[in-house]
Design a protein around this ligand. Structure first.
Ligand code: NAI
Length: 485
């Protein structure tokens, strides 16, 4: 840049500074102000716009889509797909009669992931535009019901919806430095494949990202506080999943309380040391902290407005309204599983209740999916929950090993498990570990939404040969009449 030209630019910028205030009003008025453009916020905004409302979405990040699109569900799935293809090509193709020299270009793999993310975040921007929703960039703090100053302007609206999502939870003693000891955000972007990755926490994040790097060649050790993996999952299915993942090379160190984890300099190299109670320290190149997430409520103005929270999560009533009239909250900032689709459903229900009087989320039929290979999916009650509440049930299970399509695919690990009420036969829970479990669970969700019995699923014709036949057979197995096992 020529110095004189730079000076002229600075002068011009100073002269034009007051213009935005003159050109744009200091205050903008909306029916609904949504804070946060993740799958909760942007979906709620679109639904409100469909209902004829004038909506603004305030987002502090430069890109729309929230954690899910930018640093969560989508990039992790893109990397899971790439690493799965790499691992298949390297380790399994010969079984199918295909011989190939396989090499890894990690930079290209990461670039593809970024491309997928960019397309989808661009898609959200397009959808907001299409629905005539005003996108306001900046950090929002609520100063009073209906008033949200953002930078130089005050955004005003009859209703405010908080949909600010969550961030990685810290763990005392674990010194996250963003390079060696990291959260899921950085674990999506390692520039080289770590030799040894220690994952703290055997939840969905730990197992998915642990799978990615394990497939790409890292030794992966998952350290988990409890004596089992994925605590929210049906125990039998979680045990099967652990066995399968162990066969893939993931090392599990269960019943291990992590006391500390930090990067230390050893000569010219940096090493991570993970100390667990009563166990030998683990030395690794990278450590991923994945022990859950906490709501993003900093700087929202909750304390000043005395908005009630419980264990850090905003308290809402059946209309998703906080204790302050006109201020609503949905998604990860309120109680319940921190899942993108749960947030979207709540966003739709919240604005429908607000503008039409009707809206509903059936919390008993929110599916959960872990995108390991094979996938893990569930809906409804686990066997442990039924036992705890004393509900009598019948159980049908069916292995993918007895399914023709699974054999043809070469993916025979896992099973479908259906739990049905012993008296009414209503389906109470469905749990799957197996190929494309995340897609198969949709049938179970729809069945439960319609109040189906296991007999209803058993009497439904399922195409042959498909993986869905495992769901059909498990339903037959509830009554002891599976055909192929
Ligand atoms: P999580 O809560 O699912 O699992 C955390 C794990 O860490 C638990 O097993 C817990 O027992 C363990 N843990 C806690 N303290 C520990 C300690 N001191 N030492 C060792 N282990 C410890 O949390 P995660 O995986 O971080 O996921 C956060 C949220 O994001 C969850 O609500 C999850 O459902 C959601 N998510 C969903 C995905 C999906 O639907 N596929 C993918 C990624 C995240």
């Amino acid at each position: 840049m020529i110095p004189q030209l730079e000076n002229v630019k600075v002068l011009l910028r100073e002269l034009l500074r007051p213009l935005p205030v003159i050109l744009f009003p200091m205050s903008q008025q909306f029916d609904l102000i949504v804070i946060g453009a993740g799958p909760g916020g942007y979906v709620a905004a679109i639904r409100a716009a469909q209902l004829g409302k004038n909506v603004a979405v305030i987002e502090r990040e430069p890109v729309l889509g929230g954690t899910c699109l930018n640093v969560g569900c989508i990039p992790s799935k893109a990397l899971l797909e790439s690493s799965e293809k790499y691992s298949e090509a390297k380790n399994e193709f010969e079984e199918y009669g295909i011989f190939a020299d396989v090499t890894l270009d990690l930079a290209k793999m990461l670039k593809r992931k970024d491309g997928v993310v960019n397309e989808l975040t661009g898609g959200v921007a397009y959808l907001l535009k299409k629905n005539k929703i005003t996108h306001i960039a900046g950090e929002a703090t609520i100063t009073a019901p209906g008033k949200v100053p953002v930078g130089d302007q005050v955004v005003e609206g009859a209703a405010i919806l908080i949909a600010t999502g969550s961030k990685s939870a810290p763990l005392p003693g674990v010194e996250v430095d963003g390079e060696n000891v990291v959260t899921s955000t950085e674990a999506l972007n390692f520039e080289t494949v770590p030799e040894h990755l220690v994952v703290i926490g055997a939840g969905y994040i730990g197992l998915e990202l642990g799978s990615v790097w394990n497939r790409l060649g890292s030794k992966v050790t998952v350290v988990e506080y409890l004596d089992r993996i994925i605590p929210t999952m049906d125990a039998e299915i979680a045990k099967d999943a652990q066995r399968i993942l162990k066969k893939q090379g993931i090392i599990f160190q269960l019943s291990s309380k992590v006391l500390s984890a930090k990067a230390v300099k050893k000569g010219k190299k940096i090493q991570c040391v993970v100390e667990c109670e009563g166990k030998e320290p683990i030395i690794a190149d990278k450590v991923l902290l994945a022990v859950g997430r906490i709501p993003n409520t900093d700087n929202l103005g909750l304390e000043a407005l005395q908005i009630a929270t419980e264990r850090g999560r905003i308290t809402v009533d059946e209309n998703y309204q906080t204790n302050v009239p006109g201020i609503y909250a949905i998604g990860d900032v309120i109680a319940g599983p921190m899942l993108a689709h749960k947030a979207s459903e709540e966003g739709v229900a919240c604005v429908e209740k607000l503008y039409t009087g009707y809206g509903h989320v059936n919390y008993n039929t929110i599916p959960g999916v872990g995108y390991t290979n094979p996938e893990i999916a569930s809906v409804g009650k686990t066997e442990e929950q039924l036992k705890e509440t004393g509900i009598e049930y019948r159980k049908g299970t069916f292995p993918f090993a007895a399914i023709g399509r699974a054999k043809a695919l070469g993916q025979t690990e896992g099973k479908v498990k259906i739990l049905a009420d012993a008296k009414t036969d209503a389906v109470l829970g469905v749990h799957i570990v197996g190929p494309r479990a995340g897609e198969l669970i949709a049938e179970a969700v729809a069945a439960m939404e319609f109040g189906a019995s296991s007999e209803d699923i058993a009497r439904t014709c399922h195409a042959h040969p498909t993986l869905a036949e495992a769901v059909h057979e498990a339903a037959l197995a509830v009554d002891g009449r599976a055909i192929h096992f």
